[in-house]
Design a protein around this ligand. Structure first.
Ligand code: SF4
Length: 379
């Protein structure tokens, strides 16, 4: 079996962005310390993996994990190392927000073992950042990147959001140029989604902004694919682009059916076979549950054979180059995809959205753009 990935959710932010519906709240030092202690205990008492199971990625996601102190991060990594056999060359990623980290703090994270930074640049246009309720500026992104480089981070990913309120194709192009000029190793694209209950949803309802335009978002996506290819990036996943060899090893686990274990509130886990489970969403309730029971799991799902196969298929297809090897898929899930989805495969093949090369099924570039339509056929 492939080595596991470890995810740790840190649910604190400086301020809430207008579009965000993640499990996160305002940073509070006392709650953060109580929370870190709870996560250490949850990892220590975790019963769903063998002691010493090998792991080669650790990912601090959020929220804004870089609001923790280096000492807290070091304690969490030590808890992971006590419970799992973390390989020496493990990829240890931390999500960070521009403007939240000093040189000293970044040096502390680096010394604790963090070797990859994923940071939420989102856009290089200050008026767009303000509209999103972000607390940083484009200059903060540039400054944070140079501080990261000085602190020894040679593997940095930017998140960019396309389809922002009032964003034009021209503005998006300028954003891309700015992002590429900074030469990150990796880029992740997010298309703006409007979630009910967020300030952005209310602003759109009140007519302050238009709802995102899917055709414009598709144009932005095409432009990103072209510009990143011209700069030597590989599009290894529908929304992820990297310099050769700089794929996110952690995120690739989600698309290849590898086991991953999530700790902290709202964290999700998968045992690499049929079982999925997830934790309590609220940070305080999470801490209370762990303090009481040593665990905060609130939901477990056992996939049947058909569900496990369908899930592996649509997740695997996200990896554009690799695709899904149908022989290997059959050996692992005992399902014959060619026979089961014969009509869908024919239809999407004729429409130029899917292609076969030997035993490998892949999305075409047009298929990547319309992937949700293709995936809907498999679920
Ligand atoms: S920084 Fe990220 S997690 Fe925090 S409020 Fe903004 S979008 Fe949400």
């Amino acid at each position: 079996m492939s080595r596991a990935g470890i995810y740790i959710h840190i649910p604190f932010c400086r301020a809430r962005c207008s579009y965000c519906d993640f499990a996160t709240g305002a940073y509070d030092a006392a709650l953060a310390e109580r929370y870190v202690r709870a996560v250490e205990r949850e990892i220590g008492e975790f019963a769903s993996a063998t002691q010493g199971e090998p792991a080669d990625t650790v990912y601090f996601g959020g929220g804004t994990p870089s609001l923790l102190t280096p000492a807290q991060v070091a304690r969490l990594l030590a808890a992971v190392r006590r419970r799992f056999r973390v390989e020496d060359d493990a990829e240890v990623t931390m999500e960070m927000n521009p403007g939240t980290v000093s040189h000293e703090v970044l040096g502390g994270f680096r010394a604790a073992g963090v070797n990859r930074a994923s940071f939420g640049a989102q856009t290089f246009d200050d008026s767009e950042l303000r509209r999103l309720g972000r607390t940083h500026t484009a200059e903060d992104v540039r400054r944070t990147l140079s501080t990261l480089r000085e602190a020894g981070f040679s593997n940095v990913s930017f998140d960019l959001i396309a389809g922002l309120p009032a964003q034009t194709l021209r503005a998006w192009e300028r954003n891309l140029s700015e992002a590429l000029k900074l030469r990150p190793e990796h880029l992740s694209l997010y298309l703006l989604e409007v979630h009910e209950g967020t300030p952005l949803a209310a602003q759109i309802r009140e007519g302050r902004y238009r709802a995102p335009d899917p055709d414009l978002a598709a144009e932005m996506y095409r432009l990103l694919v072209e510009r990143t290819a011209a700069e030597g990036f590989e599009q290894y996943e529908i929304s992820n682009f990297c310099r050769p060899g700089r794929e996110s090893r952690h995120n690739t686990k989600y698309w290849t059916g590898a086991p991953y274990y999530g700790f902290g509130c709202s964290a999700h886990s998968f045992d690499g076979r049929r079982s999925r489970w997830s934790n309590e969403r609220d940070a305080r309730s999470y801490a209370e549950r762990v303090e009481r029971d040593g665990s905060a799991v609130v939901e477990r799902v056992e996939l049947d054979e058909r569900e496990a196969s369908a899930e592996a298929l649509f997740l695997g297809l996200r990896l554009l180059r690799r695709g899904v090897d149908l022989s290997a898929h059959r050996a692992r899930y005992r399902r014959d995809v060619r026979a089961e989805y014969a009509e869908d495969l024919r239809r999407f093949g004729e429409a130029g959205l899917l292609e076969m090369e030997g035993d490998v099924l892949r999305l075409t570039p047009d298929g990547a753009l319309l992937s949700n339509e293709v995936f809907a056929a498999f679920v």
